[in-house]
Design a protein around this ligand. Sequence first.
Ligand code: UD1
Length: 422
Amino acid sequence: MDKLLVQGPCQLNGTVEISSAKNATLPILAATILFPYPVKFVGIPDLMDVGTILKLLQSMGINVTKNDHEVLIDATTLNNQHADYTLVKTMRASVLVLGPLLARFGIASVSLPGGCAIGARPVDIHLMGLEKMGAQIEIENGYIKAKCDKLKGAVVKFPFPSVGATENIMMAAVLAEGVTVIENAAMEPEIDDLADFLMAQGVKIEGAGTSHITIHGMKETELRPSGKSYRVIGDRIEAATFIIAGIMTKGDIKVTGFNPSHLEFVLETLKKMGAKIEIGKDYVHIHPSDGLKGTMVETLPFPGFPTDVQAQMMALMSVVDGNSTVTETIFENRFMHVPEMIRMGARINLKGNTAFIEGVEQLSGAPVMCTDLRASAALILCALVAHGQTEIQRVYHLDRGYEKIDEKLTNLGSKITRVKGS
Ligand code: UD1
C-alpha cells in the first residue's frame, strides 16, 4: 500500500486545474448501459473508482476502449446483467447499474453494496422507486434480483433526496413506458450533469437540478447518438479541497476548470470566516489572508453545505482563531478523521453528530491513517500546515477520488513524496 510523506509547513502558490467530477462520471458511465450504440467521452479522470466502474461494465460484456482520458463505451455487446459482489463491495456507486440494466433488459442481478466506513448506507429508496415503476425485486444471497416486463412511468416521491436514488430512477425512466416524475429529488450539480448527458442522446428531461424532475420515457430505437464526445463537469469537491488548501497555507492560488456556482455555500462560508476569494466564471482565485475566524457549519443536501467538504472544512477550522462547530446530518459516522487530526495537535470534541473545534496556533506532523476518501483529504490539508513530517498511510482511499493529488500539490509548491507499497 502506498503512503505519502508530507513535509510541512508550506505555502501553496500557482494554478491548479480541476479534473472532471468523480460523482458525475460514475452515474454517467453507468448510463451508457441504456444506449444501443457507442458513446464517446473526453476528460475522464484517472481514478480508482472510475477504473472500478469500467471493470464492472466490461464484466457485463460491454466494450470499453480507453486512450488516456478518452473513453469509448459500446454497450451493444452487453450479454450479462450481473454486477458481482467482488466489484460492488469495493465501490457502493456500482449499484447505479441497476436502473439502466432493468430498463433496457428487464432483468438485473446486482450485489447489495453493504455498509461502508461512513455509515450503513442502505439502498431502500432506490428499490422503492424501481418497485413503483413496476419492478419485482427480491433480495437473495446478498443480491438484488430485479425483473420486469417493461418499466412503467410513475410518480416517485422520495422520503429523502438521495443522490444515488435520484440517478438510478432517472436512468431507469429513460426506457420506461410513459412519463416518470421524481418528487423530492436530489438537486446536486452531478444530477444536472447526468441529465445533460441523457438529453444529449435525445432524452427529454425537465427540472433536473430542482426537487421535481420529469423524464419522458422513450423506445430504444428513438435514442440517437449525440455525435459529440461528452465532457463531465469539473469536480466541485476537489476544487473545494484545493481552495481550502490555499487558504490554510496562506497562499495565492487559482483553482480553475469548475463552476464556482456549484460551491456557493462553501465559498460564502469561507468568505464569512475572512478568506479573500475572487470568483470568476470557471475559477476561484485565493489571495493570502490572515486572522480567519471560526464559524458554524451544518451539512445538508445541495444547495446546503456538502458533507463531502465537511472533513476538509474541519481541517481549516482547526487552525483559525476561535471556536467552530460542524454538525453532520447526512451520514451517521463521518468523523473518523477526528482522532487522526487530534494526533496532529487539533483540539476537537465530539458530542453526537456535532464536532466542537477550538483553533490552535499550529499543528505538528505525525503518522496518520486514511479511513475514507474525504477524511484522507482533510489529513493532507493538516499535513501541509503542520510542522515536521506527516506520514499518511492507506492513501488508496485518496486515489479513489483525487486524480494525482500529490502531483498537483507538488506543482503548487508543497513537499510530498509518494512511497510505493507492495
Ligand atoms: C452520493 C455521493 C457521496 C456524497 C453523498 C451525499 C456519489 C458516487 N457519491 O452518495 O460522495 O457524500 O451523495 O451528498 O455520488 N440513504 C438511505 N437509503 C437509500 C439511499 C440513501 O437511507 O436508499 C441514506 C444514506 O444512508 C445516507 C443519505 O441517505 O445517510 C444520503 O445518501 P445518498 O444521497 O444516497 O448518497 P449516495 O448517492 O450514496
